[in-house]
Each structure stands twice: as structure tokens, then as C-alpha cells.
Design a protein around this ligand. Structure first.
Ligand code: ASP
Length: 289
């Protein structure tokens, strides 16, 4: 199949307050390493497998608020949420507040082929067991210390969007949540507000989940592209809306033609893009809304 699509893998490590310079450099190095490690999966398996691979690696890195190292809820438990969308099939799967699982995105990948594609809590864990996925305690000392201090801390949710050489798109997002939230709170990261993809565009969001849901950000941005707006123009319009409303969030997005954007209304957002031409990364101090 011949195509003009430029393959892209674009990942984020969360939006929020700016980190101190040492930690910022560490996180930046981590996203650059992970985008490079996941890049071969884009060639081998396409956009869907690439976003799963990138998010799985981000979940395994304790610096990020997803999988191992996730923030804890008000009662001290880590409950993880994630979602995955295959833009080519317009098919979505998600897990909501699951405990004891190391890689929620791997469960999303399994659920994508199921009849019941969004599962929560115990039921999600039961399906993960059937699929033979890795179980474990994702609470790190750092997360426990932040919880003891009752600190919501910096956000560090993770996500990935990709377009492959065949023009197929996919989006994946995974989080430990906002931190210190009420038990029962549902994150945007397991909804189409936080993660959405069609044949036109793929989007992953991070930031204050309630704001992301208020704005329906990921689905709204994809809808704008489908309505004929260019990705840049659609992102500009969304950022303007977010600023007007005071919605604190960021997003990464790719379109079918291989264009990409990384935008935010928060102080900082970690992201990194990889194309055939190399790796681009930024703390996006210069990319603000
Ligand atoms: N959006 C996530 C949530 O509210 C948090 C984040 O992105 O850091 O659950």
C-alpha cells in the first residue's frame, strides 16, 4: 500500500506545575528514552500497538503518575484508570479504578477485543487475571510519602498518540488520578473526554480531570478536525476556549496527514515526539496556549 502519511509517535508525561530543574531534566530524559524504545512498535505493529507499548513503558517508570508510582486516593489506595482507542475501527476500551494491576493499558488492549469493553474495579481485575496480566502493588515510597503529607503534588498522567504509515491512528492514556481524591471519583483518562481517536485525529489529555470532562476535550478536538478544521487551528480554538473557561489541562494530538500538536493551559507539560526525522521534545514553556 502506498501512502503519504508521515508516521509519528507522540507521548506525554502529564501536565501541571513546573518541576524543579533537576527533576524536570530527569523526566524529560525519561520521555525521550521511552519514545525511542516504543518507536519500533509503530513500524512492526502499527499505531495501536505503538501507543500501548509507549504507555506500558510509561506505566512501568515510577516517575510518572500511572502504573507503578501512581498517586494515591484519599484512603491511601492506588486505583488506576486508563483507556485505549483504535481510530481505524473507532473502538474504545477502558478500565476504571482498578487495584493491584501493574499495567492497566495492557488490560485495555485485551478489552478492546471483548464484548464488554469498559470495566471497573474487581471485575476489571478478574478479567486481567483471565488474560494472565501482571499483578502487583504499584505504591512506591514516594507516592506513600506524598499521601502522608496529604499532598496532591504534580500531575504526571501519561499518554500516547500515533499515526502509522498506513494512516491508522490510535490514542492511549493512563493515570493514577488527581491524587488524594475521594474514593469513587472517576478520572477523565478512562473516558472519551480524555482519550479519543477516529480516522481523522487522535488525542490524549492530561490535567484536571473535571475540567477535561467539562470541555469534552479529546472528543471535541477530534470532532473539530472531522468538521474540516486543520489540527493547528482546531487546537488554537480549543486552547482559547480552555483559557476562557479556566480549564487547566493539556493535550497531545496527531492527525491523519502526520501533523501533530502539544498544547496546554497549565504551567508545564512534558511531551516528546518521534518521527522518521528524529526526536522532538519540549517542556513546552515556549508552547504555552
Ligand atoms: N487527568 C487526570 C485525572 O484528573 C490527572 C492528570 O492528568 O494528571 O484523573
Amino acid at each position: 500500500m502506498t501512502t503519504t502519511t508521515r508516521p509519528i509517535l507522540l507521548i506525554h508525561g502529564g501536565a501541571g506545575r513546573a518541576a524543579n530543574p533537576d527533576r524536570a531534566a530527569e523526566i524529560h530524559a525519561a520521555v525521550q528514552r521511552i519514545v525511542a524504545e516504543a518507536w519500533p512498535a509503530l513500524r512492526a505493529g502499527g499505531a495501536l500497538e505503538a501507543v500501548v507499548e509507549a504507555v506500558r513503558r510509561l506505566e512501568d517508570d515510577p516517575r510518572f503518575n500511572a502504573g507503578t508510582g501512581s498517586k494515591l486516593q484519599r484512603d491511601g489506595a492506588a486505583r488506576l484508570s486508563a483507556s485505549l482507542m483504535d481510530g481505524a475501527r473507532e473502538r474504545f476500551s477502558g478500565v476504571v479504578n482498578v487495584e493491584g494491576l501493574l499495567n492497566p493499558i495492557a488490560l485495555c488492549r485485551g478489552l478492546l477485543e471483548d464484548a464488554d469493553r469498559v470495566l471497573m474495579g474487581e471485575g476489571a481485575l478478574a478479567r486481567a487475571r483471565e488474560l494472565g496480566l501482571r499483578e502487583g502493588d504499584v505504591r512506591t515510597e514516594r507516592a506513600l510519602a506524598a499521601w502522608r503529607a496529604a499532598a496532591e503534588g504534580q500531575t504526571g498522567t501519561v499518554g500516547a498518540v500515533a499515526v502509522d504509515a498506513d494512516g491508522r491512528l490510535a490514542a492511549a492514556t493512563s493515570t493514577g488520578g488527581r491524587g488524594f481524591e475521594r474514593v469513587g471519583r472517576v478520572s477523565d483518562s478512562c473516558t472519551i473526554a480524555g482519550n479519543y481517536a477516529t480516522a481523522a485525529a487522535a488525542v490524549s489529555c492530561t490535567g484536571v480531570g473535571e475540567h477535561i470532562v467539562d470541555g469534552g476535550l479529546a472528543a471535541r478536538l477530534v470532532g473539530a478536525v472531522e468538521a474540516g478544521r486543520g489540527l493547528e487551528q482546531a487546537a488554537d480554538a480549543l486552547i482559547a476556549r480552555m483559557n476562557t473557561r479556566g480549564w487547566e489541562a493539556g493535550f497531545i494530538a496527531v492527525d491523519r496527514a502526520g501533523g501533530f500538536v502539544a498544547r496546554r493551559t497549565t504551567e508545564a507539560m512534558t511531551w516528546c515526539a518521534r518521527t522518521d526525522d528524529g526526536v522532538f521534545g519540549s517542556w513546552s514553556e515556549d508552547e504555552r496556549g
